[in-house]
Design a protein around this ligand. Sequence first.
Ligand SMILES: Nc1ncnc2c1ncn2[C@@H]1O[C@H](COP(=O)(O)OP(=O)(O)OP(=O)(O)O)[C@@H](O)[C@H]1O
Length: 292
Amino acid sequence: MELAFIVNPISGKRLKGPQRVDLVRAFADSEKLDAVVWPTERPGHAPELAKQALAAGAKRIVAVGGDGTINEIGRVIVGTNCEFGLVPMGSGNGLARHIGIPLGFNKALRLAASGSAIKVDTGEADGRPFFNVMGIGFDAEVGRRFNETEGRGLLNYMKEGWKAFRGYRSLNCSIETSSGTKALNAYIVAVANSSQYGSNAFIAPDASMTDGKLNLVAISEPNFLSFFILIWRMFSKKLYYSPRVTPICSDSFTLSMKSGGFFHVDGEIFRCGEKLTVKACPKSLRIVAMAC
Ligand SMILES: Nc1ncnc2c1ncn2[C@@H]1O[C@H](COP(=O)(O)OP(=O)(O)OP(=O)(O)O)[C@@H](O)[C@H]1O
């Protein structure tokens, strides 16, 4: 078996359910690919299927889903020789957008099956691989709320963001890198491997996935007006112009907080203690990409 398509039938909004799986099967048949097409049946199923595909000798595994599905499969592939293809079917598709994958289903399928792969960096937070963005503070709080709602998409994400904004207070943390330690009172601390959360909301507009580094972006507590200005700056790639934003580029970060809390990796929420180590893993993933 050359190729394995792992299809999350419930992610995003387009072509949901069995028809998504059928379309991938029809594509694999029409192109006469030496491929299997496996749908995921529950959360946590994609990593099991990815392990199965690796054990069966797949040379390329294609994730058909959103950033959560990409993370579930990517964390099995990272550090191996197996190539990774993406067919973006999520609500934000941050990683796919960063690496120039077409959002159209057929174009993306074609590229994922036959495009060439390049080696890119990945990140690790508390030992958990991430490919797009990880974060603590407000960032993790919005992710936690978003995961608990049925609704998907940018509008629902912003709705949850607004609800969280009304009750959230910043956290004191210190950020240690090889060039020193910085104490901050931050509302959001995000560490980005790619440039955007998804839906063209750029948290680290200058991020590169081949520089061996990650981009930490700390944002101090906004008021009502600056909350909306920050959002506008994100969508216009101008976040770093804000006086509330501190960007730091490094190959590793140790974040120390007064108490433990939550962090997210690519939108998946986990608990952390008072210290959280985030590091870059240079050139650790072979991914089909048009840009990086
Ligand atoms: N058959 C299934 N039923 C329910 N949940 C599933 C199934 N297969 C996968 N999942 C879970 O669906 C979750 C959401 O998937 P994913 O993140 O890819 O989509 P999304 O949230 O719509 O997109 P994005 O991450 O871009 O916002 C994942 O955490 C995954 O574990």
